[in-house]
Unconditional design. Sequence first.
Length: 261
Amino acid sequence: MSICSFYHYLACLILGLLVGCHSYEGVIHRVESGENIESIAQKFDVSKEALLKANPRAKKFPPRPGERILVPKKISRVYIPTQRRRGYIPISEQNPPTVTFPDEPSTRVGSSDVSKPSKNVSMVPALKSPQVRQKYKNKLQFLWPSEGRVVSKYGKKDQKMHNGIDIRASSQAPVLASEDGKVVFSGNELQGYGNLVIVRHQPKIYSVYAYLGTILVKKGDLVKKGQAIAKVGKTSDTAFFHFEIRQGKQALDPLKHLPSR
């Protein structure tokens, strides 16, 4: 499975986990407390390499309890649906929640579509002058979602596009809504993004917060700029989260729309 299988459409999150460029059949395993890639590979009698190939993001971000990973069927034990055990879900029976973004083209979080935003985007870069702020009082001006340090910037890395920024912060520190908006997704059902919150600010403008710790909001909630929507989680030995700004199907460089600091 290629990395694109971990991304979902922002415009319309369809039923089921998305399958990437390579087709893998298998079993979705819900990670339990104390499990890691090695123990899961041993449990299913597959190689660690095969498991990582089917779940490439696990190389950098070890799966946490509650997340789901794909165990490829073509190299795994035969799975018999009538002998189900806790945490084992056949792909055909998955039913993750659906989030619909009206009138939006198909878009994938983290995808490599990074074309320039259209001229009618209702958003301006961070503005310092009060007079200029007054002029653009109806435009979006994003707030930093955390006081943490940026450890990975937007841009191409190792031939792959990183469509946001990674922010390192103290574990359990608050993650703030970057602008007023409505929560259109809240949960951890989407493989490879951990706890995820998506907030819609305007019909085609979204902010995305991934790899979170505790989520403090639910789908449908209206949030205010600066409101705590989650807490920073800890993956392996690092406490961080991922942040994106989206205009429809286009990923924008968050640093161009956040205040200088």
